[in-house]
Design a binder for this molecule. Structure first.
Ligand SMILES: C[S@@+](CC[C@H](N)C(=O)[O-])C[C@H]1O[C@@H](n2cnc3c(N)ncnc32)[C@H](O)[C@@H]1O
Length: 262
C-alpha cells in the first residue's frame, strides 16, 4: 500500500481532486496508445475507476480487470455507471491476480510511483500480457514540476517545508520509465510528455479541491493559521486568474509504451 500521505481511501474526494485530472490526461494518453477496440485489458492501480471509465467508453474492451489495493476507491469505481462490465478486484501491482499471458493491454495510470518495487510491478505486467501485448504507463513528472499540486508544493518549499513526494517518485523520470520497460523485456519503446489543463471556478475552488489531496492536507495540517494564510496568499499570487476569476492550472506527465515480444 502507499505510504501514509498518499492513502487513497475516499473515492468521491479522489474524483474531485484527481479523477478529473486523470480523465483529461488519460484521454491524450489513450489517443497516443491508439489501441484496437475489443481487447482484454488490465488496469493496474485503477483507483476509483476514472481512467477505467475512459477505456470502457472509448475502446469497448471484451474484458477489463481493474485492480487496486484500496477498497474505498473500488467501492466508488463499482458504482460508476460508465464502467459496467469491468471486473474490479482488490489486489497489488506486485502480485497481479491474473493468469500468465491473459491480457492484450496492461496499463498503470498515475500509479508506478506508489508501487513499493516498481520493477516488480512492471515485471508483473509482462507476465500477464500475451505476446505482442501493449504495456503502458504515465506518471506525473514530479521532478520536472508536473505534479498538479506543484504550485502549493513550491510555495511550501519556499517557506522552508519539505515537499511531500510519492514514495517511489524516482520512477516518474522518463529515463527511469524507459529503463523499467527495457529491463522487463518490452520492445518498440516510445516515450513522451503529456500536459493537461484544468480550470477552477475561483481561487477558493482551487484551494479546497487541492486540500482534498492527503499529501497537501497533511502538510497544511502541520502549519499554524498565520503560516497557512501566508501560504494561501503566495499560491494565489502565483496563479493567474482570468478577468472572470477562473483559475487555470496545468500539469505534466511522462508516458511510456512498449510491447511484449512475440
Ligand atoms: C493517483 S491514483 C490513480 C488511480 C487511477 N489509475 C487514475 O488514473 O485515476 C493511484 C492509485 O494507486 C493505488 N496503489 C497504491 N499502491 C498500489 C500498489 N502497490 N498496487 C496497485 N495499486 C496501488 C492507490 O490505491 C490509488 O488508487
Amino acid at each position: 500500500m502507499a505510504d501514509q500521505p498518499f492513502r487513497f481511501e475516499d473515492g468521491a474526494s479522489y474524483e474531485k481532486m484527481m479523477g478529473r485530472w486523470s480523465r483529461i490526461i488519460g484521454a491524450t494518453f489513450l489517443d497516443w496508445l491508439a489501441p484496437r477496440s475489443g481487447l482484454q485489458w488490465a488496469d493496474v492501480g485503477c483507483g476509483n475507476g476514472a481512467f477505467t471509465e475512459l477505456v470502457v467508453e472509448r475502446f469497448a474492451p471484451t474484458a477489463i480487470t481493474a485492480i487496486d489495493p484500496s477498497e474505498g476507491q473500488l467501492k466508488f469505481a463499482r458504482a460508476r455507471p460508465g464502467t459496467k462490465g469491468a471486473t474490479y478486484v482488490q489486489g497489488d501491482a506486485m502480485a497481479l491476480p491474473l493468469a500468465d499471458a491473459s491480457v492484450d493491454a496492461a496499463v498503470m495510470a498515475l500509479v508506478i510511483f506508489f508501487v513499493p518495487e516498481p520493477a516488480r510491478g512492471v515485471a508483473e505486467m509482462a507476465r500477464v500480457l500475451k505476446p505482442g501485448g501493449l504495456a503502458a504507463a504515465y506518471a506525473w513528472d514530479i521532478f520536472g514540476g508536473g505534479f498538479p499540486m506543484e504550485p502549493i508544493q513550491a510555495e511550501l518549499s519556499a517557506l522552508g517545508f519539505q515537499p511531500v513526494r510519492p514514495p517511489r517518485a524516482d520512477a516518474s523520470r522518463v529515463d527511469a520509465l524507459q529503463k523499467l520497460w527495457r529491463d522487463a523485456g518490452f520492445v518498440d519503446l516510445e516515450a513522451r510528455e503529456i500536459s493537461a489543463t484544468r480550470t477552477f471556478a475561483d481561487f477558493e475552488d482551487y484551494w479546497t479541491t487541492n486540500l482534498l489531496s492527503n499529501s497537501i492536507a497533511a502538510a497544511v495540517a502541520g502549519l499554524d493559521r498565520a503560516t497557512i494564510a501566508q501560504l494561501k496568499e503566495r499560491v494565489r499570487d502565483k496563479l493567474t486568474g482570468g478577468a472572470d476569476g477562473l483559475i487555470t492550472s496545468t500539469s505534466r506527465a511522462n508516458a511510456i509504451k512498449g510491447r511484449k515480444p512475440v
